[in-house]
Ligand binder design. Sequence first.
Ligand SMILES: Nc1ncnc2c1ncn2[C@@H]1O[C@H](COP(=O)(O)OP(=O)(O)OP(=O)(O)O)[C@@H](O)[C@H]1O
Ligand SMILES: [Mg+2]
Length: 263
Amino acid sequence: MSVRLAITSQKGGVGKSTLALNLAFTFAQMGYPTVLVDTDPQSAVNLNLAKGESEFVGLAQLIKNPNSLGSVLLATNHPNLRLLPKGRMAAKAAPAFEWALYREGVLQKVVNDPLLADALVIFDTPAGLGMIPRAVLRVATHALTPFRPDQLNLRSMNQLMETLDFIQTEENPQLQFLGFVLNMFVRERAADLRVVADLWRDIPMVLDCVIPFSEKFAGSQEAGIPVAAYSDSIESRRFRQLANECLQNMVAKGETHEIRQLV
Ligand SMILES: Nc1ncnc2c1ncn2[C@@H]1O[C@H](COP(=O)(O)OP(=O)(O)OP(=O)(O)O)[C@@H](O)[C@H]1O
Ligand SMILES: [Mg+2]
């Protein structure tokens, strides 16, 4: 069984795709065979990393041909990182895509495929707690949630925690919540500091690692290169710190054989 990390959040634009891509790259750099799965029908994950075409096949194509994972997994410029793009789909097909992921067990087949055995699988998900995030959380072993300080909304965080509790109890007892990651933090901004003070007082599951706001993210997104790939930059060190904290929390929260092997 592989380790499967879902990056989810109620709120949009908080850094899910950014975290998913940079964590996937960082884990790959640390030597773990890693697969980044894009489940967002609106996805903007820039896949310039991938070798090959730009109009990728992917998850959407697995709905009709569930046994063809091998033909839609993409190699990247990093030997330890593979990508499973959301695939080609017409805009009008988005509801069918959601339904297939939620009801037809497509993700279950993906994660059980021998091609992903021993891989660390990272899922990028669309915002909210709709069918796709729910489908991902059903097959995930761990979940991680970024948030921006200007969007601190304790109600939405509580809703997320309630959903995770429900999924743990009813659908996927192995799911572990690793915590919230503060992203786009600006230390010089008084409002950010106030939000963070509230957060540290009210929410117990905030990771120590903070990803500060950096202009480099915009440029790297354009170039299709993860910020974590800029060797020895502050950002790459932060993502390494985050990856290590995730691994430590995985061990602390459930010492499974697979995770002990990873750390
Ligand atoms: N630490 C950061 N510093 C500066 N910009 C950032 C940072 N993290 C993310 N961004 C930028 O913020 C924007 C939103 O990030 P991202 O797309 O990862 O969010 P998301 O949660 O996946 O959004 P959606 O809910 O729409 O899928 C992007 O333009 C991204 O480059
Ligand atoms: Mg996104």
